[in-house]
Design a protein around this ligand. Structure first.
Ligand code: FMN
Length: 327
């Protein structure tokens, strides 16, 4: 299966969602190794990039091995977003994605993130200015609406008219944030409203859910966020299941431990110590959650700053639970 976004072929079915604080280069590498068809960076500020902020440009930390890669940018003013896109384009990603879904006050109060959904005319201006500024395809990640009044299809049509090349739909409104169940019917309606590729997102927890979303909504690709944290295997499970129709086994305890250690080493190499360790704590908790004996080391795992010591803790799990989680 291949979907073309603009002129960029995406081979397969799965995209790693943008997750602030999670989808840094180390995690993207692990997910791509497991078969994710593409990945999106953590969101970066257009204002920061336009003003030359070093901290913002640190988010553009991908290299040639990560293609196809999408950089997600947030902001609200057309000229600033265009300048942000120009800075991003210098690093030659495959896609640039506009964040139209972030519900956080600090972002929406500046008319960025999900606030862009409130004014499709203004959003069209943002998209046009970016499309004119760079030759890289511009995509959007939206929600079902700002509040319970759904306008995803209206926004999607306006975006397509303005030159957007694909739309990812997180099937919840801004006011729902991450609560309740995603309403996949919204994805179906957006799929019917536009002819550019539509990426379904929200509650794809396993391979069967991915199959169901693709079949029920007609979306072209599925995007996975929270369910990939500490679980990069979800991509190979989905890709193989969709290709072969047969369920794929869960990772063994030993796979979990070795992958967590690899993630730790990549994170420390990129961010140093202790930052590379403490920024990984959420993922370490997720890697070890399904391992019964991990209960006994959780507190230490969540406070330890020395990566060698974290590795020893993780390896102690391997010895205790070897084969327990198995197939
Ligand atoms: C910790 C965290 C960080 C997130 N950061 C972003 C972000 O930077 N940009 C964005 O568009 N969505 C962000 N999201 C939303 C996800 O990309 C995704 O839309 C949402 O989690 C629903 O998909 P899921 O059910 O597969 O997790 C974030 C979600 C979480 C839990």
């Amino acid at each position: 299966m291949s979907t073309t976004i603009g002129d960029v072929p995406i081979d397969g079915y799965t995209i790693l969602a943008p997750l602030a604080g999670v989808t840094d280069r180390s995690f993207r590498i692990l997910c791509r190794d497991q078969g994710a068809s593409a990945a999106v960076t953590e969101m970066v500020s257009a204002q920061g990039l336009a003003s030359g902020s070093e901290r913002s440009s640190e988010y553009l930390d991908f290299d040639g091995t990560e293609h196809p890669i999408s950089v997600q940018v947030f902001g609200s003013e057309p000229d600033v977003m265009a300048e942000g896109a120009r800075v991003i384009a210098e690093r030659e990603p495959d896609l640039i994605d506009i964040n139209c879904g972030c519900p956080v006050k600090k972002i929406v109060n500046r008319n960025a993130g999900a606030a862009l959904m409130k004014d499709p005319v203004h959003l069209s201006k943002v998209i046009r200015s970016m499309v004119e500024a760079v030759s890289i395809p511009i995509t959007l990640k939206i929600r079902s609406g700002w509040d319970k009044e759904e306008n995803a299809s209206v926004v999607a049509r306006a975006a397509e008219d303005a030159g957007a090349s694909a739309i990812a739909v997180h099937a919840r409104s801004r006011s729902e944030r991450f609560t309740g169940q995603a309403d996949w019917d919204v994805i179906t309606r957006v799929r019917q409203a536009v002819s550019i590729p539509v990426i379904g997102n929200g509650d794809v927890r396993d391979a069967e859910a991915a199959r169901k979303m693709l079949e029920e909504t007609g979306c072209d690709l599925v995007m996975i966020g929270r369910w990939a944290i500490g679980n990069p295997w979800i991509f190979s499970q989905i890709e193989r299941y969709l290709d072969s129709g047969t369920p794929v086994s869960s990772p063994s305890v030993s796979d979990r431990v070795e992958t967590a250690i690899r993630h730790l080493r990549l994170s420390v190499a990129a961010k140093g110590c202790p930052k590379g360790v403490y920024e990984l704590r959420r993922s370490l908790a997720a890697y070890t959650k399904p391992i019964p004996s991990a209960k006994g080391i959780r507190r230490e795992l969540m406070t330890e700053e020395d990566p060698d010591r974290v590795e020893v803790l993780l390896r102690s799990l391997d010895t205790e639970d070897q084969g327990g989680e198995g197939t």
